[in-house]
Write a protein that binds this ligand. Structure first.
Ligand code: 3PG
Length: 307
């Protein structure tokens, strides 16, 4: 019998936890639950006996991996795994996985929701603008980017995308206009929706020079990671360009300054909210539980992200 810990500082919906419990217990294993923890020590204590861990954006650092003496597998129930110390996992023969695609629709819907919210002046009663006829740039045409593009076409937006890993023909066949550089994307589009992961290459890559190529009245939508934005650049562009707007489902470090200085052009949800739907919690949570059970039963390492 394996001990499978769900450690979620931002909990799954109850229905998702019930589904995870069923999978874990039906396979003869035990579920441990640590939700809404506030101190790292609580996580360090909880992982001590765990053979497997399911997390969301919870940070699985080397310290956590080393405290989890029995750990064999950690699954990030979601897409971005920048919260897992992959090197530490590999060093300790721990398999790290994600559940790609499982929460994408929730994130995509929120990206469009943020665009509408912004275009309508955050519902302050003044007349706003429509998405129809506007140009939307998808920065990275992966699971979420594709869905954002699809929904945006329903709004009547013209959709462009930049992704060096996706062939132009694929985008064209899906009604998307491919562009061959980030600069071309930003200088063309009224809205840019970010869907790049946070990596050494992408961190702080969304900078002033790039943002300043965007047309008058531009809006940047970030449902990716705060780390991909150069925050000094963000503050500067918001300051230099009273027409520029920024909306996100993740508050940047400079949230207080943005809120104070740029009310009416800035909004961020207090916690990362893109994937916070019952459906996404169920899809990602159950996928994570199933991947763990399959790993223990058959050794299957599909969706492994470390070496
Ligand atoms: C992801 O990478 O899957 C999303 O950012 C969701 O993160 P969350 O599970 O913390 O909501």
């Amino acid at each position: 019998m394996k001990k499978i810990l769900v450690a979620t500082e931002k909990p799954f919906a109850a229905v998702a936890v019930a589904g995870i419990r069923e999978i874990v217990e039906k396979s003869g294993n035990q579920l441990l639950l640590l939700e809404k923890y506030t101190e790292k020590q609580q996580l360090l204590d909880a992982v001590k006996e765990a053979d497997a861990i399911i997390v969301r954006s919870d940070v699985i650092s080397r310290e956590v991996v080393e405290a989890a003496k029995n750990l064999k597998i950690v699954v990030r129930a979601g897409a971005g795994y920048d919260n897992l110390d992959l090197e530490a996992c590999t060093d300790h023969q721990v398999v790290a996985m994600n559940t790609p695609g499982q929460n994408s629709n929730a994130v995509a819907e929120l990206a469009l929701g943020l665009m509408v919210y912004c275009a309508r002046n955050f519902y302050n009663g003044k007349s706003g603008s429509e998405l129809k006829g506007k140009k939307l740039g998808i920065h990275a045409y992966g699971n979420v980017g594709k869905l954002v593009a699809h929904i945006a076409k329903g709004f009547g937006m013209t959709v462009y995308a930049f992704d060096p890993f996706v062939k132009d023909e694929v985008m064209k066949s899906e009604g998307i206009i491919p562009v061959d550089s980030v600069n071309a994307l930003y200088s063309t589009c009224d809205y840019v929706s970010l869907h790049i992961p946070a990596t050494a290459e992408t961190k702080k890559s969304i900078n002033y020079d790039l943002l300043n190529t965007m047309p008058k009245g531009a809006t940047l939508v970030n449902t990716a990671r705060k780390e991909v934005i150069c925050e000094e650049s963000l503050l500067k562009i918001m300051n230099d360009r009273p027409d520029f707007k920024y909306v996100s489902d993740v508050a940047p470090d400079c949230v207080a300054e943005l809120t104070e200085k740029f009310a009416g052009r800035f909004y961020a949800t207090p916690k990362k909210m893109g994937a916070q739907t019952e459906e996404a919690n169920v899809n990602a949570g159950l996928a994570a539980a199933n991947q763990i059970v399959k790993f223990f039963e058959t050794g299957c390492t599909t969706f492994k992200v470390n070496k």
